[in-house]
Write a protein that binds this ligand. Structure first.
Ligand SMILES: C[S@@+](CC[C@H](N)C(=O)[O-])C[C@H]1O[C@@H](n2cnc3c(N)ncnc32)[C@H](O)[C@@H]1O
Length: 454
């Protein structure tokens, strides 16, 4: 058994991700609270996420010093090598010699490979970043893929759209550690009150500049242990995702439909903006996820959310034109959140992306039919891909001229500065990109149903 040190735990989790296809974020959530020191929890998170994200680059660097393929080594030994190389190449605060010694220590569980781990990692240390990369001019896709550890098909898509410099910037942003953003539960406390409370609990806090409820906190790996969390004074949600409820702009007493709502992040935010007055019908197709909505609402002290089991393409029981506000936060490829979900880039396949727009369009059409005349519809995704965003919205508008775009400049809770954003927002849309905006990648489109049907 590998020892339950920070590094041992990271090896164990990476092995489970590779062997069982386990989700890294769930493994981290479940396992790291066992570590009592917050520095250890942060270190394991860094090792697991950093090693997973940079796997392709790490394997490229390691392969140069291996006489046999990585796939011939036991899974745990691969994980030990990758974690070791990650520390040597990417983590300044760990002296390379210490990273190697600790890796050799872990490899003692596999005595046949102790020498190999030692020799290979020493060579990685000697060479550092002096690695012969593919030629960036002749083979830009391969170069970016290997240099920034992304699948080639993703790079190909982005290169066509944005060119090499911007694609490189996006890849770099995706490899950064994700920051932790939280949303104040304004039904229970003000943002300033929460900030003070968190400081008293020893958490470093910064007020967000874009969303009035947002705070950036230093995640110490066990938020669930904080009294403020247990009392429902906040919930974890990225800033870009916090924009959605503001853009939908619901009022107390209104009828609101959230067509794809689990685990309830946006429904609960809508309820806050409605002062917990009115009605939110929160649909989701997965029964077990409805419980998550209920639990979150209960914790935050929200009573107006009614979770409903159902396919948003049907929305059983919901009358045409009955809702003041409709949110359509569809299932999507999630390519905007690659920095937050370290293993996501390796789980996705391009074919899977191709199948999404028809589902998204069907959900959008049915949900839109429930909007009252004069009511508001918001469509959102956490992806960067035009087929799920601009192109889908364009198709929707040409099929449904009764929905007019609403200028986002007036409803966003912050002032847009980039002229490209201002232009898009004027047409009722906004594509948020991690490297341009410093938030998770996200897409928003807002429409008003005209008073007279066309
Ligand atoms: C992007 S997530 C929604 C996140 C949610 N709005 C929040 O802020 O917490 C998409 C959700 O759509 C659900 N879903 C997938 N297909 C669906 C369908 N056909 N009808 C309704 N919900 C669906 C998934 O279970 C998932 O919970």
């Amino acid at each position: 058994m590998i020892k339950e040190t920070a590094r041992g735990m990271a090896v164990h989790m990476l092995t489970r991700v590779e062997v069982e296809g386990a989700y890294a974020n769930l493994l981290l959530q479940k396992n790291i609270p066992r570590l009592t020191d917050s520095r250890d929890r942060q270190f394991v998170t860094l090792l697991v996420n950093g090693t997973l994200k940079n796997r392709l680059t790490l394997d490229y660097a390691l392969r140069r010093h291996l006489s046999k393929p990585m796939s011939s080594l036991p899974h745990e030994v691969r994980a030990i090598l990758r974690i070791g190389a990650f520390q040597v190449l990417y983590v300044d605060k760990v002296p390379p010699a210490a990273a190697i010694n600790e890796s050799v220590e872990l490899a003692k569980e596999f005595p046949k490979f102790t020498g190999l781990v030692n020799v290979v990692l020493r060579k990685v240390m000697e060479k550092g970043w002096d690695i012969p990369w593919p030629d960036s001019k002749r083979e830009p896709v391969r170069y970016l893929s290997v240099r920034y550890s992304h699948p080639e098909w993703m790079i190909q898509r982005w290169l066509k759209r944005w060119g090499i410099e911007e694609t490189e910037a996006l890849c770099k942003a995706n490899n950064e550690p994700a920051q932790t953003w939280i949303r104040t539960n304004t039904l229970k406390i003000s943002r300033e009150g929460l900030s003070k409370r968190l400081s008293e609990e020893g958490i470093a806090v910064e007020l967000g500049e874009r969303v009035p409820e947002s705070l950036k906190i230093q995640d110490f790996g066990a938020l669930g242990q904080l009294g403020s969390f247990q009392e429902g004074l906040f919930t974890v949600q990225d800033e870009s995702s916090q924009l959605v409820a503001h853009v939908l702009d619901p009022k107390p007493g209104q009828f609101v439909l959230d067509a794809c709502s689990a685990p309830g992040g946006k429904s609960t935010h809508l309820a806050q903006l409605m002062q917990n007055e009115g009605e939110i019908l929160a649909f989701d197709i997965h029964d077990h996820k409805l419980e998550l909505i209920e639990q979150l609402a209960q914790k935050l002290g929200i009573t107006i959310i009614h979770p409903q089991l159902g396919d948003a393409r049907d929305l059983p029981g919901i009358r045409l034109g009955s809702q003041d506000r409709v949110l359509v936060d569809v299932p999507c490829s999630g390519l905007g959140v690659l920095r937050r979900r370290a293993d996501l880039r390796w789980q996705k396949e391009e074919q899977g992306l191709m199948e999404l727009p028809s589902l998204q369009f069907a959900i959008l059409e049915r949900a839109a039919s429930c909007v009252k005349e004069g009511g508001i519809l918001v469509y959102s995704t956490c992806t960067t891909e035009p087929e799920e965003n601009f192109e889908l919205v364009k198709k929707f508008r040409s099929a449904h001229p009764e929905f007019e775009p609403v200028d986002l400049v007036d409803t966003l809770p912050y002032t847009l500065k980039d002229s490209r954003d201002i232009k898009q927002a004027g047409k009722g849309m906004l594509q948020i990109l991690p490297h341009r905006h410093g938030m998770d990648g996200f897409f928003l489109a807002k429409f008003r149903r005209s008073a007279q049907r066309v």
